[in-house]
Design a protein around this ligand. Structure first.
Ligand SMILES: C[S@@+](CC[C@H](N)C(=O)[O-])C[C@H]1O[C@@H](n2cnc3c(N)ncnc32)[C@H](O)[C@@H]1O
Length: 360
């Protein structure tokens, strides 16, 4: 495979630097825009190529030493070589670019990115794998396990659990190590940023509305914090263990439905007084299904909050939702420092309410 020396122009969502080789885009991991790097092309397609970094010829001022000895081999982190300040700038820019290119917005109303108070030691759970006495994570390039003694992005409690696991005889399998006990259902990964996320949404949503629908509610992380702001709150999730956990300490105005958002949400919206209804959606990385988008477009509530962990699918969905909704703000949050993942909150308001507000 041929070697090249290239100038990095940008860092794309996913974490790879982007350079041009005779006009063709070349993606190079562990590089930063502005750097000159030596790289080896390992995969060449008609419209783009993938390369491995050989050497940094001219380093960026934002390049720092990674904290983790496994960085570059482990598949988990992509950005430990970049100063935390610059990681935040990159992620905010990537969200804005997705909104422009995929979301078809000319001026996305971006709010400043919310940083993580802890750039390391924030993950409250990890899943490690065990095979033939090797305990750790899969390598990024091949499907082989790396033995991992400590993960610096995990909390001290999680690392203690890893030490304990490794101290005994470990049978082959997957092990979920958690800082908190509780039901084995979806939970936010970074406690401090999760609180900031909940506060952000509580601040956006109008006080004392009639109905809040929390689609993809999990165990009710948002629903429970917001219940006092609404006459009635309804959470929907197809994980019945999460719904059981949410129902356990539910207040009188909280209801939880175990079911598929695609069908339950259409029905709920059709039954609701949409002018005083707010909807939160927090789907998995695949975003909203076409049927869910259709259900929202057919019966748009006055206010909608879209929480996303994947800017491209978020932008795809927002492009469609802009027909009945105005996008009032887009706030990225750094839930996952050192990794390429980005959390994002978009505040939408039905156009007729947004126009009334503007006229007042
Ligand atoms: C990103 S998590 C959000 C959980 C919750 N909002 C929280 O903050 O804890 C996505 C949730 O969507 C649920 N889910 C995914 N697809 C679904 C579907 N089609 N219908 C219902 N629930 C779904 C999963 O079970 C998971 O709990």
């Amino acid at each position: 495979m041929r070697s090249v020396e290239l100038k990095i122009e940008d860092v794309a969502f996913g974490g790879k630097g982007v350079a041009r080789d005779n006009g063709k885009a070349v993606f190079i991991p562990y590089s930063i825009e502005g750097e000159r790097v030596a790289a080896r092309i390992v995969r060449e397609k008609k419209s783009f190529a993938e390369a491995e970094l050989i050497d940094v010829v001219e380093a960026s001022a934002d390049r720092v030493a990674p904290e983790c000895p496994y960085f570059g081999r482990c598949g988990g982190c992509s950005y430990q070589h970049i100063s935390y300040e610059h990681q935040l700038e990159l992620k905010a820019r990537q969200v804005e670019q997705a909104m422009r290119r995929i979301g078809r917005m000319s001026e996305p109303p971006m709010r400043p990115i919310i940083p993580s108070p802890l750039p390391y030691a924030y993950r409250n759970r990890i899943t490690v794998h065990a095979e033939d006495n090797v305990v750790g994570f899969y390598r990024r390039d091949v499907h082989t396990l790396m033995d991992i003694g400590r993960c610096p992005i995990a909390t001290p409690e999680v690392n203690d659990a890893l030490v304990q696991l490794r101290a005994g005889r470990v049978c082959d399998g997957h092990y979920s190590l958690r800082a908190h006990s509780g039901p084995r259902v979806f939970a936010q990964t970074n406690d401090e940023v999760a609180e900031a996320l909940a506060d952000l949404i509580a601040g956006i949503l109008p006080g004392q509305g009639t109905l809040l629908i929390d689609a993809f509610c999990g165990a009710g992380f948002f629903t429970k914090r917001l219940a006092h702001q609404f006459g009635r709150v309804v959470g929907i999730d197809w994980d019945r263990f999460a719904i059981e956990a949410a129902q356990k300490d539910a207040g009188v105005n909280e209801a939880y439905v175990a079911g598929d958002v695609t069908t339950e949400l259409r029905w709920l919206l059709q039954q609701s007084e949409l002018t005083s209804t707010a909807l939160i959606v927090d789907p998995p990385a695949t975003g909203l299904s076409a049927e869910t988008r259709r259900a929202i477009l057919d019966s748009p509530p006055a206010t909608m909050i879209y929480v996303s962990c994947n800017p491209p699918t978020l932008a795809r969905d927002i492009a469609e939702l802009q027909q009945p909704f105005a996008v009032l703000s887009i706030t990225p949050l750094d839930m996952f420092p050192q990794t390429a993942e980005i959390e994002c909150v978009v505040h939408l308001q039905r156009r007729r309410e947004a126009e009334t507000l503007r006229a007042d």
